[in-house]
Design a protein around this ligand. Structure first.
Ligand code: ARG
Length: 585
């Protein structure tokens, strides 16, 4: 759809260009150069456009320019969209409510796909890596933030027209998994997730915790785990077979959690399949003189000239490190799907790692290395305190969702809504996921945060359930439409004259640019904040303006159409931040 702001930007740019030409200046002023603001006071109009940026080119004072632009626009073909006035250095525009409302309702209700999908990233190929668990333990609260960030950003980028490929690296190799394996070997022979009645990833994680206990009592445990890693690298059959078994338990369980939260991937990469490629590349770089060998045999890169440090790329015994596999993984990924950009959603504690990784790939001659981007996010903890996986005090993802679900179910029962909602279990699960996701995304990715389960579930506040409730409320109203006054009326946008209606229309009109902004900033909290604004604007409208009982059939039909448009945008935006939609609640 032709965005209202866009229409004005173009009109202002055209007026400025004309003005320039009249004064013998050849510069062309483009719509992108025009900034649209919201005036501080509503009396000033709906949009305000500062003229400061053009003073230099036009060799005139901003107020003079504003005057000339306003005059021009007042007599141009844009009169149907609003009235224009100069106010100091600003060109202020008061939008023509009926025309704008008509346009928005049409755009949202008749071509929702176009409206909800601004094409700001059309055909860009963007790969997004997220979650990327280790296979020695189940997902925890930190992963939940990572998962929803990655999934949400992928959806937002795709909404802007990008071709998105979601990938995950499963770190299935290394000392961590050998630790779980060792504890299992010594204490768990014969036991299985089924025999113990435990979710399979948890089963593996429990052995990791057990290893930690073991190693406190027996200092040789660390060495024995290292020995297991060496055996694995040598392809020892028994070790490899145990490794396969434990990994498949871990991965199977982890995938169940993804399913539960609505997270999915287009491709999984496994460290065990990429680390040798990384090793090969490091050795190639050594031959070519980009890297050097220390006396003990280890291979290093010296990045001091790039403002970084020296970093080991292969251990003295030739075994690979965390970074080694990342080199191989990135190369495979670009080969499989030549991306324009690869975004790594990984915690802020790995900032240095990614700086080094990107530089190393650049040194190896991969020119696409400059298109790699680390989307770093902050820590998340519970109000009770810090999580430590070795000590088993980590907040397990499934447990957390289970407890949110139990609280939601209790709320449904207390409100006597069991019958109304139908399948209480499934509704409670969706409320739990909605509460969790919204709470995690509401904060900008870079900030550390606390997750407060109670607060996340509150029905009246800035929460996921509040948004779900808003959706259910509108849905229920639309179901009641049959036989109501609204059914016999027709939609007449000029009837909407209340301030609350106008505020709602304006909020709706901001959706496409909000999605583009969230994509360019890679920040889902922008969509979360928009959702809250939209819900507040709808609440005010719902409170101030009777809908099904409006004064006339036409007004009822028009207000209902507006509500329908809100529902459409609400659903679309909720999907972008991974909040399940509910028809009844
Ligand atoms: N599995 C790693 C960890 O738990 C995170 C992997 C991040 N992604 C990457 N390409 N290095 O710390």
């Amino acid at each position: 759809m032709q965005d209202i702001k866009e229409i004005w930007k173009q009109a202002v740019a055209a007026a400025l260009t004309e003005l320039a030409q009249q004064n013998g200046i050849v510069d062309i002023i483009r719509a992108e150069q025009v900034v649209v603001e919201i005036p501080p006071k509503p009396e000033l109009g709906d949009l305000g456009i500062p003229m400061f940026p053009f003073a230099k080119v036009l060799r005139k004072g901003p107020p003079q320019i504003a005057q000339a632009v306003a005059e021009r626009l007042s007599s141009s073909g844009n009169a149907q969209w609003g009235t224009v006035a100069a106010e100091g250095p600003y060109v202020n525009i008061r939008l023509e409510k009926a025309a704008v409302t008509k346009q928005i309702l049409q755009a949202v209700l008749e071509h929702p796909e176009d409206f909800e999908r601004p094409q700001s990233l059309k055909n860009r190929k963007i790969m997004v890596e997220f979650s990327s668990p280790n296979t020695n333990k189940p997902l925890h609260l930190g992963h939940l933030r990572n998962d929803v960030l990655g999934e949400s950003i992928s959806r937002i980028l795709a909404a802007c027209g990008a071709e998105v490929r979601k990938v995950c690296i499963i770190n299935d190799r290394g000392i961590h998994i050998c630790k779980s394996m060792l504890a299992y070997k010594e204490f768990g022979q014969g036991k299985t997730p089924e025999s113990e009645g435990v979710k399979s990833d948890r089963f593996v994680g429990d052995w990791y915790v057990r290893f930690h206990k073991m190693s406190q009592e027996d200092p040789s445990a660390e060495e024995r785990a290292q020995e297991l890693l060496r055996k694995w690298e040598q392809g020892d059959a028994e070790t490899v077979s145990l490794w396969k078994q434990m990994n498949s338990w871990a991965v199977e369980g982890i995938k169940k959690t993804y399913e539960r939260t609505g997270v999915s991937f287009d491709q999984y990469y496994f460290e065990s399949q990429t680390y040798l490629k990384g090793k090969e590349e490091v050795l190639k770089g050594l031959e070519q003189g980009f890297f050097y060998r220390e006396e003990d045999g280890s291979v290093w890169v010296d990045l001091t000239a790039d403002g970084l440090d020296k970093k080991v790329l292969l251990r003295k015994d030739g075994t690979s490190l965390y970074i080694t596999q990342d080199i191989g993984t990135a190369i495979f990924r670009h080969h499989d799907w030549p991306f324009e950009r690869l975004v790594y959603v990984v915690g802020s504690e790995q900032q240095y790692h990614f700086k080094v990784l990107f530089k190393v790939l650049e040194k190896l001659g991969y020119d696409w290395a400059k298109n790699l981007y680390h989307l770093s996010y902050g820590m998340v903890n519970l109000p009770e305190g810090k999580m430590k996986s070795r000590e088993g005090t980590v907040v397990d993802a499934d447990d957390l969702i289970d407890s949110l679900k139990a609280m939601a179910l209790q709320e449904i029962k207390e409100k006597n809504r069991e019958e109304a909602v139908g399948d209480g279990e499934s509704v409670a699960e969706k409320i739990a996921v909605g509460a969790l996701h919204y709470y995690l995304l509401q904060v900008s990715p870079t900030k550390d945060m606390l997750f407060n389960p109670r607060e996340s579930l509150s029905f009246n506040g800035n929460t996921g359930p509040y948004l779900q409730y808003m959706g259910a409320r509108i849905s229920s109203m639309l179901r009641k439409k049959a036989g109501s006054l609204a059914e016999s009326g027709s939609v007449k946008p000029e009837l909407l004259s209340d301030e609350a209606e106008w505020a709602l229309v304006k909020t709706l009109s901001q959706y496409p640019e909000t999605v583009s902004l969230a994509a360019s900033q890679m920040d889902p909290s922008i969509i979360a904040a928009y959702l809250y604004e939209l819900s507040k604007a709808f609440s005010r409208f719902y409170h101030d303006c009777p809908i099904l009982n409006a004064e006339s059939a036409d007004l009822a039909a028009t207000r209902l159409a507006l509500s329908k448009a809100v529902l459409e945008v609400l659903k679309s935006a909720m999907n972008l931040v991974c909040i399940p939609f509910l028809d009844v609640m």
